[in-house]
Design a protein around this ligand. Structure first.
Ligand SMILES: Nc1ncnc2c1ncn2[C@@H]1O[C@H](COP(=O)(O)OP(=O)(O)O)[C@@H](O)[C@H]1O
Ligand SMILES: Nc1ccn([C@@H]2O[C@H](COP(=O)(O)O)[C@@H](O)[C@H]2O)c(=O)n1
Length: 241
């Protein structure tokens, strides 16, 4: 890979279709794309019992370990690999195993809060908000949570009314104003195709070491002692992997 990478942030409400859009673009472009699902950075809640974990507000920004997310994003941006946590929605907790992730030409940061934190949006070269009506999103979420996340209907409804909806209105929906483009409905094929074409163009620019359409942003990194310094990425001289 060549640094700097092209970074895309994909935000939107639960069930909007963020993951589907990110996955379809990544599948079309191939290995050059690394997905960074922010869900993987929910705090480790191993110290809580299951019934306590069920009561956590997972739609508040404080539910996430932002420091670790930024550390990993910055590592990828300076060409280092990371051990990415994995999340288990049935247990409301991180899995024991991590996944080794290599840096790549294109990084897609995806999640309800992808456009929430300035530190993340400052690193994004393209900011996307996936907008889908709330009634469609809750219907998609009921189906997904019951089938894939081992939830029951009453629980999904209680969680939606108790935290998901109010947090969406307070924290997630306002981030739409940070977006460069808004994609309706989620995996809208025209939008996915356009986004894929954009990524292909930027990806070939990155691979050639051109990086002409976006600035090389300084990245703060920590050394082994935890001291932080600022590094400005530069493209490889020969543009090769
Ligand atoms: N344009 C679309 N039309 C119909 N279903 C869609 C569309 N986009 C996404 N979905 C479906 O909606 C559900 C939620 O999508 P997902 O990508 O997981 O949303 P998010 O990551 O925003 O929570 C999935 O079952 C997905 O297949
Ligand atoms: N233990 C958890 C953690 C998160 N959630 C919900 O996931 C939603 C975010 O993921 P999307 O794929 O839907 O964007 C968020 O709204 C949380 O409520 C959960 O239910 N349980």
């Amino acid at each position: 890979m060549t640094i700097p990478s092209f970074v895309i942030g994909i935000a939107g409400g639960t069930g909007a279709g963020k993951t589907t859009v990110a996955r379809e673009v990544a599948d079309s472009v191939g290995e050059a794309v690394t997905r960074v699902p922010i869900d993987n950075y929910y705090h480790d809640l191993s110290h809580l019992e299951m019934d306590e974990r069920e009561d956590v507000n997972y739609d508040h920004p404080d539910a996430f370990e932002w420091d670790l997310l930024m550390e990993h994003l910055d590592a990828l941006l300076i060409g280092q690999s990371i051990e990415m946590p994995q999340y288990d929605f049935t247990l409301h907790n991180r899995k024991d195993e991590t996944v080794h992730v290599e840096p790549s030409d294109v990084i897609v940061v995806e999640g309800i809060f992808a456009l929430y934190d300035d530190a993340v949006t400052d690193r994004c070269d393209l900011k996307v908000y996936v907008e889908t009506d709330a009634d469609v999103r809750i219907l998609r979420r009921i189906r997904r949570d019951v089938i894939e996340r081992d939830r029951d209907l009453e629980g999904v409804i209680d969680q939606y009314l108790g935290t998901v909806k109010p947090m969406h209105e307070q924290f997630v929906a306002p981030t739409k104003k940070h977006a460069d483009i808004i994609i309706p409905e989620g995996a809208n094929q025209t939008a996915v195709n356009l986004l894929t074409e954009k990524v292909e163009v930027e990806r070939s620019g990155v691979a050639q070491g051109l990086a002409s359409e976006w600035e090389r942003k300084p990245v703060e990194v920590a050394d082994a002692d935890g001291d932080r310094t600022t590094v400005t990425p530069s493209a490889d001289e020969d543009g090769e992997d």
